[in-house]
Design a protein. Structure first.
Length: 412
């Protein structure tokens, strides 16, 4: 039976990082498939890099990109923003409201519920992208957010998780889903599988990502000090990205005497950054399904990463090569090995890339998410239910396997 074109609106707070990359790719793929799509996001987050990305995306979408002030934390200002978002959504009259991240999920499900009460048949979808799932369930803030997530499941028609780990974290910390649920891996485009060769003057190591402790730039800097003190190595290093914590990391570099070897380069497109390094380091404390790891592996660039979130799912049978999160000495040891034997690092990068294209494909990502919408709406012949966790592991086993560590992430 032919699929029915849908009117789809994606809502997210921060138009930055992997979460916005996911939304942009998904929205464009859905547009190519004949659906009418729009995006709503915060107007106060991001810089010139993000503004350019939004300017490129907006003309490609039927409903463009609308921006409203959305704060990270819950504030009274949310009421004004919600009124603006609601008015915009009501004019579009979408069939699907897809919320991304905790704040986007609140907007999508609350507005969708109000519209349903007025007789509009809108399907409410939520994808956490990590978000509030990074909280510690033993802390008060974690218990509060997980209670809110449990409440909101009553107003959700379908859940999408970007990794088996994320599904397991939701099941363990929030509740076992009682609504249609799918694990759908982030996808890459075919051109991203073209190998990237380093420039002749490439730095030895690259950190690329948001400059916040969740992503581990402080651990990366401590590992550089460990390389100097315990291994006698002073590699050249680039740090790509921005964030409010950058001054603190700059102070750490000065304190450790690393200023001559470390350069901050701001926000740089991933493949451009890859040409400027011989090895990417992802020292995250927590992740869902990080695009930077997928992009690095697809480009066949040597990679050192931590065993968190969905990263073991990317590494597959090579997951034993991952570094324990938060272990500075282990991170430094892995970096020393890569520095001393670059050829071995390149051979391992080639092994990692072999089966990536079949699993992490942007069109497959779009097809699986859009078919979930239509299964819920009853517009296509319903297939057999898809088990949410694709791995045959329990929630506790998946959580233990990834070595996840709790963190004080904000509500995003």
């Amino acid at each position: 039976m032919a699929t029915v074109p849908l009117r789809i609106v994606h809502i997210v707070r921060a138009p930055i990082g992997g979460i916005f990359r996911h939304i942009s790719d998904l929205a464009l793929a859905q547009t190519r498939a004949g659906h009418k799509v729009g995006v709503i996001c915060d107007s106060s987050t991001g810089g010139e890099f993000e503004d350019r990305a939004i300017a490129r995306l907006a003309p490609e979408l039927e409903f463009g990109v609308a921006r409203f002030p959305m704060r990270r934390q819950i504030t009274v200002g949310d009421i004004r923003a919600a009124v603006g978002v609601f008015g915009h959504v009501r004019r579009i009259e979408p069939d699907v409201l897809h919320g991304h991240g905790a704040k986007g999920g609140v907007y999508a499900r609350s507005i969708g519920t109000v519209m349903r009460a007025s007789g509009h048949r809108v399907t409410r979808i939520y994808c956490p992208h990590g978000g509030s799932l990074h909280y510690d369930p033993k802390r008060l803030d974690g218990r509060t957010y997980f209670a809110l997530e449990r409440l909101q499941q009553r107003f959700t028609d379908g859940l999408v998780f970007v990794s088996d780990y994320e599904y397991a974290a939701y099941e363990s910390k929030v509740a076992r889903p009682r609504i249609p649920t799918r694990v759908v891996y982030n996808g890459l485009t075919p051109e991203e599988f073209a190998e990237v060769q380093p420039d002749d003057d490439a730095a030895d190591f690259l950190f690329i990502g948001m400059l916040r402790d969740l992503k581990g730039p402080d651990l990366f800097i401590k590992a550089l000090r460990e390389l100097k003190d315990s291994h006698g190595l002073r590699p050249t290093v680039l740090i790509a990205g921005e964030g409010s914590d950058r001054p603190r990391y700059e102070a750490m570099i000065a304190e450790y005497g690393l200023g001559a070897q470390v350069t901050f380069v701001g926000v740089v497109p991933a493949r451009e950054a890859f040409r400027r390094t011989r090895c990417v380091v992802v020292p995250s404390r927590a992740e869902a399904m990080p695009y930077i790891v997928l992009e690095t592996v697809a480009a066949k660039v040597p990679l050192i990463a931590t065993r968190v979130g969905g990263i073991p799912e990317i590494f597959g049978r090579y997951a034993d090569h991952l570094v324990e999160p938060g272990n500075v000495k282990a991170l430094a040891t892995a970096m020393a090995a890569a520095y001393r034997d670059r050829e071995a690092s390149r051979r391992f990068a080639a092994k990692l890339r072999q089966c990536l294209a079949e699993t992490f494909n942007v069109e497959l990502m779009s097809d699986r998410i859009t078919s979930l919408y239509q299964d819920i709406r009853g517009n296509v012949e319903r297939a057999a239910p898809t088990p949410a966790p694709s791995a045959q592991l329990s929630s506790s086993e998946l959580l233990a396997q990834s070595g996840r560590r709790s963190s004080n992430n904000t509500f995003d």
